[in-house]
Write a protein that binds this ligand. Sequence first.
Ligand code: PEP
Ligand code: MN
Length: 276
Amino acid sequence: MKPFMLASREYKPKDTIIEINSSAKKVFLGEGYCTLIAGPCAVEGAEEYLDLARILAGLGVHILRAGVFKPRTSPYTFKGLGREGMEIVDQARLITGLPVITEILDVRDLEQLYDRVDILQVGSRNMQNFALLEELGQIKRPVMLKRGLSATIEEWLLAAEYILNGGNDQIILCERGIRTFEPYTRNTVDIGAVALLKQLSHLPIIVDPSHATGRWKMVAPVARAAIAAGADGIMVEVHQDPDKALSDGKQSLTPENFAGLRDQIIKLAELDKKII
Ligand code: PEP
Ligand code: MN
């Protein structure tokens, strides 16, 4: 048996399919599906977010991204709207009927997020926050576990193991690039990890080409590569006016560019006979 026993294919040969039915629209994540997750890096205000949420719902997005507690490298930059932001997310979920994903930074926020969020995201910086992982193992909510800034695949699967070991088997892995010696891109995206994880594990894997590259012009090609390599979906940052975004504008697509990418992904999903 592998050190990440519960996450391994040997332990569970059948793919894990996650069904999200806590919001108006039922959504699936896992083998056979191609799930589109999109939204701004951070919720910046009610009007902008609700407008974008409606646009994205109209474009066939399955899950809305909604960052409200932002892990920022500098303490002097925008760290999200916090509690106030969650009220905007509540409205977006109600208006669009779409499920939402948001990052949990602190275990103390679990209570306020639990019933208002369909997927809890563990960001790269928290991949080995074992106290948080253990707590998320105790709940009945899907968790998206992003790969740590420079985590090996084994460390990443062992982090998933912490959640599985607590009894929560609703885990989605998210490849978002790792830090290498290459400074041209924000991170180095590991497409090979997608193909490997499909062999090593039964868990769904999605790719975030926005944080993986840091450059909006690279988002579409890397997203296509991810789907071609077998990813079960993508998570992309979209902003109406990327130049004015309070965080990650350089890697954000406009809704128009996102619509173009969606058309390309639909074609790839059809080729692979995936439901989109
Ligand atoms: C995010 O998706 O909002 C984020 C902060 O990404 P990462 O944890 O991959 O840096
Ligand atoms: Mn971001």
